[in-house]
Write a new protein. Sequence first.
Length: 241
Amino acid sequence: MATLTAFTSFTLNGVDAQKFLQGQVTLNTEALAENLTRYTAICSLKGRILFGLWLKKINPESFEIVVTADQAEELAKHIKKFGAFSKMKLEQAGQVFPTLNGDTTDFAATETDISAWQLQAIEAGQAWIEASTSQEFQPQELRLHQREGVHYDKGCYLGQEIIARLWFKAKPKHWLHLVQGTGEAPAAASKLNNDVEVVNSIAVDGGYKALVVAKPAALEELGLQVLALPEALNGDVARPQ
């Protein structure tokens, strides 16, 4: 059963903050516009998303990071481990609430309707990672590059070798789709069959809507209704030839 998601905010401040994040996340922190929230990822060495995070650069020495609450403790451990010798400080700022803002999500301390956001984010193709889906997906499978959450020419970061190889030499066999089905909303990380895995879902009248990583043919076999994603996310996930 799908449940409401809670979110935790952190601040990362210090002269090494931008340099540290540049070697961690899939987007280019140096090129990130200030005061703009982008969804990005920290990946494992196998190129799978460990942490999904909303990143906002206040300036090169000050960043805001938001993750699902169930990933907050592990993210803090990760940053303190890898950033032990960096001149910066990570501090937990508390619970925050989401508001959809065009092609991204903004967060504030003021309470919002999280279930309304979940539906809006799912319909907008804005997949998010939580503890249950950690290490399940590659950034390209979630169309993160189409959300400016991955930059393939930014240099080294965790998992970069595998992520770049997939982009330049191959293409994913499964990728993100928006679907509508009947029955109870399936849980994140559950498999509807071997080629359809749920990223996020929410109940709607008569059934559910979900973001799934799937082979297109497998969706037809299941009889799921495939809905259109926003234009920016409708293209082929493969690198343009």
